[in-house]
Design a protein around this ligand. Structure first.
Ligand SMILES: C[C@H](O)[C@H](O)[C@@H](O)C(=O)CO
Ligand SMILES: [Mn+2]
Length: 423
């Protein structure tokens, strides 16, 4: 390890120790946290099942940066490059459209064999896998409805797809020895004001009951449900609102997924974690960055990211919270997007773990809000960067911005060659 990194670490360690914070212990704990890195940043949510089809469901990817992955092998290669620059061992979050097969399979017919190469690869890489049914970008979702569709045949198609997805999730969990979280998100909603807000929600509830009807081993698969306030083309009404899924998840003991971009523009998910934690057995996060709307920007070290991390650390929620990422930006190098977003998420957790939580809670309890404010503010400039650098070096990944060189080389050698081969 670089001597400067080591020396800076020792100096920072002594400072934190004065507040009873054992940085070695913190880094051991940090190394246990898995972030679920979403595969769909690598190819602009196209997938491989119908890769020339349109992205629908009220989500959108903008930008034309060269080098998007066009095959499962390319996507895995890109993920490997990203993981080589991210400290720790993590998970990959797959959508159902990311099949790796020559078969032309329909979404309601997918089976574990269509993802076998992913499982093999995850085993080799020591990664876990999470899963999502893909209830969009399909002719049967073209009018904006899936599990709540008024037509029972279309509804059945999506129910069967979600059932098949859960079985695949359970297969991943069993094969990899790590629980797979299978997250259901559907885009269903209306562009303009509906007359009947209730009936689609009744249908969604009944569909979900069918989807989750088959008992699966919770050590292999955990179900999650993801709400949304609005999407492009469903501005007036989304069937699966927060209240809907909060009720559903609490009643049926599924994980509730909070996506940082799925609420009112000034509403934050950090403030929801403590409340939900009192009533749920677990939470799934889609860490994202909305900008004015659910724009899925790459996660940066902003106040909300830090606040999410603080809530998880201060209230001991890390063991029951599944941390997933959800952003897609095609205006920058896609591998770099993963690296920036994932490194920031881990770094925010580290920052939160390096705060004097007990002292701050005590100050609050005693009504010493001056101390609470002063200490919080002083800790913002404590040398967490030196601890982060040491962690990266310890984990064998580049320290500070050195990873950008690797990305540039990969871009030249791999990503830009892809586009040439298309010409
Ligand atoms: C592709 C994802 O499933 C999707 O982003 C979903 O999680 C979401 O957040 C939709 O807005
Ligand atoms: Mn999401």
């Amino acid at each position: 390890m670089d001597n400067q990194v080591k020396q800076a670490y020792e100096a920072a360690k002594a400072l934190y120790a004065q507040h009873g914070i054992d940085t070695d212990e913190v880094l051991n704990k940090l190394a246990e946290i898995k972030v679920s890195v979403h595969c769909w940043q690598g190819d602009d949510v196209k997938g491989f099942l119908n890769k020339d089809g349109e992205l629908t469901g009220g989500i959108s990817v903008t930008g034309q940066y060269p080098g998007a992955a066009t095959t499962p092998a390319e996507l895995r290669n890109d993920l490997e490059q990203a993981f080589a620059l991210i400290p720790g061992k993590h998970k990959v979050n797959l959508h159902a459209i990311y099949t790796d097969t020559d078969e032309q399979v329909e979404l309601d017919q997918i089976e574990p064999k269509h993802y076998e190469n992913w499982v093999k690869w995850a085993k080799e890489q020591g990664l876990g896998l999470d899963f999502n049914p893909t209830c969009f970008s399909h002719e049967k979702s073209s009018d904006g409805f899936t599990l709540s569709h008024p037509d029972p045949e279309i509804r059945k198609f999506w129910i069967d797809h979600c059932k098949a997805s859960r079985r695949i999730g359970a297969y991943f969990g069993e094969q990899l020895g790590q629980t797979c979280v299978t997250n259901v998100w559907v885009p269903d909603g209306f562009k303009d004001n509906p007359v009947d807000r209730l009936t689609p929600r009744k249908r969604l509830k009944e569909s979900l009951d069918e989807v989750f009807g088959e008992p699966l081993n919770p050590e292999h698969n955990l179900d999650a449900v993801e709400s949304k306030l609005f999407g492009l083309g469903s501005e007036a009404y989304v069937v699966g609102s927060h209240e809907f899924y909060m009720g559903y998840g609490l009643q049926n003991d599924t994980l509730i997924c909070l996506d940082a971009g799925h609420f009112h523009p000034t509403e934050v998910i950090s403030n929801k974690l403590s409340s939900l934690s009192l009533f749920t057995s677990g939470i799934l996060l889609h860490v994202s960055r909305p900008m004015r709307w659910d724009s899925d920007h790459v996660v940066i070290m902003d106040d909300e990211l830090l606040e999410i991390a603080r809530e998880l650390v201060r209230h001991d929620l890390l063991a029951t919270t599944h941390i997933g990422l959800d952003f897609f930006d095609a205006s920058i190098n896609r591998v770099a997007a993963w690296v920036v977003g994932t490194r920031n998420t881990i770094k925010a957790l580290l920052r939160a773990m390096l705060e004097p939580v007990d002292a701050l809670k005590q100050a609050e309890l005693e009504g010493d809000y001056t101390l609470r404010l002063a200490l919080t503010e002083e800790f913002k400039s404590y040398p967490f960067g030196a601890i982060w650098d040491y962690y990266c070096a310890q984990q064998g990944v580049p320290v500070r911005e050195k990873w950008i060189t690797d990305i540039k080389t990969y871009e030249q050698d791999v990503l830009l060659q892809r586009d040439k081969s298309l010409v």
